[in-house]
Structure formats: C-alpha cells, structure tokens
Design a protein. Structure first.
Length: 95
C-alpha cells in the first residue's frame, strides 16, 4: 500500500507498508523529509480512513482525520519531489 496526501499546511504525507508496519514520511514543500516513523502492525486491518485516523493520533496531525482537508497526490509526484530535493542538496554541497 502506498498513499500520498498534500496537507493543508503545504507539506506532504507519504504512507507505505512493509512487513513491519505502516511507514510514514512527512515531506516539506521542497521534498525534504522532515519527519517519519512507523506504526507497527497489529492484528487489525485498517481501511484507508481508519489508518489515517490512527496515524493522526500517532503523529499529532489532526488534519489526517478529515479527508476533506487532504489532497491526494500520486506516487510519481512524491518520487519527483524527493528526487528534486536530493539534486538540490547535492548541488548545494558541490558549490
């Protein structure tokens, strides 16, 4: 599972799963990861809305409980945002 949202403050919230749980990253407008973590799996299978509610309590981002405040973005958009952020940091270090 991969889910991506633009938050009302302009940051992005990326969720993906693996064997351990629900991983999330918060990216700023420029694609730099500013926070992240993992919500470990329990015996519960979450719907998208339930997962967002759990993550809202876990992260303190209340807007995740209101899908009307979130804008879905594609994985391709997030990948490009992260790639551009990496390039920018590399270029800054070269100078």
């Amino acid at each position: 599972m991969q889910l991506n949202y633009k938050l009302p403050d302009g940051n992005y919230f990326h969720i993906h799963t693996n064997d351990e749980g629900y991983y999330y990253d918060i990216l700023n407008r420029n694609g730099k990861i500013i926070d992240g973590g993992v919500l470990e799996y329990s015996n519960v299978e979450y719907t998208e809305e339930e997962l967002l509610e759990e993550l809202s309590y876990f992260t303190g981002i209340n807007e995740l409980r209101n899908m009307n405040k979130l804008k879905r973005v594609s994985q391709n958009f997030i990948d490009n945002l992260e790639e551009n952020s990496s390039r920018k940091r590399i270029n800054e270090n070269i100078r």
